[in-house]
Ligand binder design. Structure first.
Ligand SMILES: *Cc1c(COP(=O)(O)O)cnc(C)c1O
Length: 379
């Protein structure tokens, strides 16, 4: 009998409690019954976002909230810093260009975190920069950016700090209010244990001021419209009712577990994954100290075809991990430790990795990776 394991950095597996909600009959959204759920889910999102700021939910993939974060705050010909350390950082630049905004990219080596002082220098040299677009966990590379330190640099300027936490939210500590992060965007199919289809955005008071002056075109993603509807606990358009009911369930699970426990747990899974890779003689793609605890990107050894390895794991053994994207295609593979993934899933992924590497002729002793991961998990 075939059994599937999903360890990709989005989508991630669904807990049975969440799946059960998705099998329920649909209810109408303009009802006290749904409003109570929407309200509770929004409140619990504030817990996960660690904020008292407004939070809005869109029916879109994560990129929808990224688009909202560009077109609601800025105007054509404005300039904004975009931190480009991978495919998702580049998306900020592409979005700016799409709206006629001048992006000033900071091109970071893909295996490294951005230097906050590089952002500081740019902000000092050009006082007209309106926003700094960054990424918490760059999912294409497995690199983490130090949002706390970046916020330190941005908070005393006129610019707003926008963080793509699509894969990081609920996995890595992101103290929106304590650190003064103006706008955080996220999506449903990564750390939040849901199918794709919802995106989220939190908006600080400082960011609301920019909304008042923004002249970019927008309609579906208008935050003004979202805020107006929210005054009567409503959404401007039909919400993704079923997904929001599922969200309410997953957020309850997260709240019950507690963010601090969750962050510590993923940290352990990340370490176990890295140690397993090292024990197999493989190299972590991210530089020392830059690796994310939400996923690990590992370089393939010489002579091994990464795409073929990932495909064999998936098609022959039903263990799905991710290959590399863009310039990392064929060079790395990525194992996620976010969402509804536990230590035994990680051990399964590593043992499957070992099996396939062995079949492909890579030389090592079977069990070395699993043993190293077990050591971390059981420490
Ligand atoms: C997945 C991801 C995105 C894209 O989200 P979609 O849901 O595919 O639109 C953007 N940024 C990061 C960091 C991601 O992990």
């Amino acid at each position: 009998m075939k059994k599937d394991y999903l360890l990709t950095p989005g989508p991630t597996p669904l807990p049975p409690q969440v799946m059960e909600t998705l099998a329920r009959p649909i209810i109408h959204h303009r009802t006290p019954q749904f409003q109570a759920i929407l309200k509770e889910a929004t409140e619990n999102l504030k817990y996960v976002f660690q904020t008292n700021n407004d939070i809005f939910i869109f029916a879109s993939s994560g990129t929808g909230a990224m688009e909202a974060a560009v077109c609601n705050f800025l105007s054509p010909a404005d300039s904004a810093i975009t931190v480009e350390g991978g495919k998702f950082g580049e998306r900020w630049s592409e979005l700016c260009t799409a709206f006629g905004i001048k992006s000033i990219p900071i091109k970071v080596e893909w295996d490294s975190s951005v230097e906050p002082k590089d952002i500081e220098k740019l902000l000092k040299s050009d006082k007209n920069i309106k926003a700094v677009f960054t990424t918490l966990c760059e999912t294409s590379t497995g690199v983490n950016h130090d949002i706390k330190a970046i916020a330190q640099v941005v908070k005393n300027t006129d610019a707003v700090l926008v963080v793509d936490a699509i894969s990081g939210l609920g996995v890595l500590d992101l103290q929106t209010d304590n650190w003064c992060v103006d706008v955080v965007v996220s999506g449903s199919q990564k750390g939040l244990m849901l199918p794709p289809g919802l995106s989220f955005i939190s908006v600080s008071q400082k960011a609301w001021k920019l909304i008042e002056t923004s002249r970019c075109q927008k309609y579906y993603f208008s935050l003004k419209a979202a805020k107006k509807a929210w005054d009567s606990v409503d959404t401007p358009f039909t919400p993704a009712i079923g997904l929001i009911i599922a969200l309410n369930e997953s957020l309850k699970m997260i709240k019950k577990e507690g963010l601090a426990n969750i962050f510590a747990y993923y940290k352990k899974l990340a370490k176990a994954t890295r140690e397993a890779a090292k024990a197999l003689g493989l190299k972590i793609y991210a530089k020392e100290g830059c690796s994310s605890d939400a996923l690990t990107a590992i370089e393939v050894p010489d002579g091994i075809d990464a795409e073929k390895m990932v495909k064999t794991m998936r098609d022959t053994y039903q263990v799905t991990i991710a290959g590399g994207q863009a310039e990392l295609k064929g060079k790395v593979f990525r194992i996620a430790h976010m969402g509804y993934i536990n230590e035994f899933d990680i051990l399964t992924a590593i043992s499957c990795l070992e099996k396939v590497l062995k079949e492909m002729g890579y030389n090592f002793q079977l069990g070395q990776g699993v043993a190293a991961a077990q050591k971390v998990i059981n420490a």
